[in-house]
Design a protein around this ligand. Structure first.
Ligand code: FES
Length: 134
């Protein structure tokens, strides 16, 4: 039997600049474990876990997940750049790998929610556990 993911409200869509990114800590782990990117009229959510090395957190400071012109998600550890819409690594040491995308929804009231798969928060950010190192 599978367990359905429950939506977690993150923010009002109107609070997001275009383009912009925000980090969130929905599981109360003491650091951001997912990131949200607004691009035009869409929002995209990913686990804040770089596929290059051990699920490394990617922002260089709070909410700083984008490159200078807001066209790509960047992991500031080693400079990998990811497509905003697909999470695919386009430049850097994890070419061909992807960020883990999370489904999102925007309600009629304009609230952005994310669907966290059961147990996903506990898999995020365990330092010293490299996976997919290239
Ligand atoms: S950990 Fe992200 S590019 Fe190396």
């Amino acid at each position: 039997m599978s367990v359905a993911a429950l939506p977690i409200r993150l923010i009002a869509f109107d609070e997001l600049d275009d383009p912009s990114s925000r980090g969130f800590d929905p599981a109360g782990q003491g650091r951001d474990t997912l990131l949200l990117v607004r691009c035009d009229s869409e929002v995209f959510a990913y686990l804040d876990a770089c596929p290059h090395y051990g699920g490394t957190p990617m922002a260089w400071r709070k909410d700083a997940y984008l490159n200078g012109d807001g066209t790509r998600i960047v992991c500031h550890a080693h400079g990998a750049q990811f497509d905003i819409a697909t999470g695919e690594c386009l430049v850097g040491p994890c070419l061909g790998q992807r960020l883990t995308r999370l489904d999102t929804t925007v309600t009629e009231d304009g609230d952005v929610s994310v669907f966290m798969p059961p147990g996903s928060a506990s898999r995020v950010g365990k330092e010293g556990e490299p996976e997919g190192e290239t």
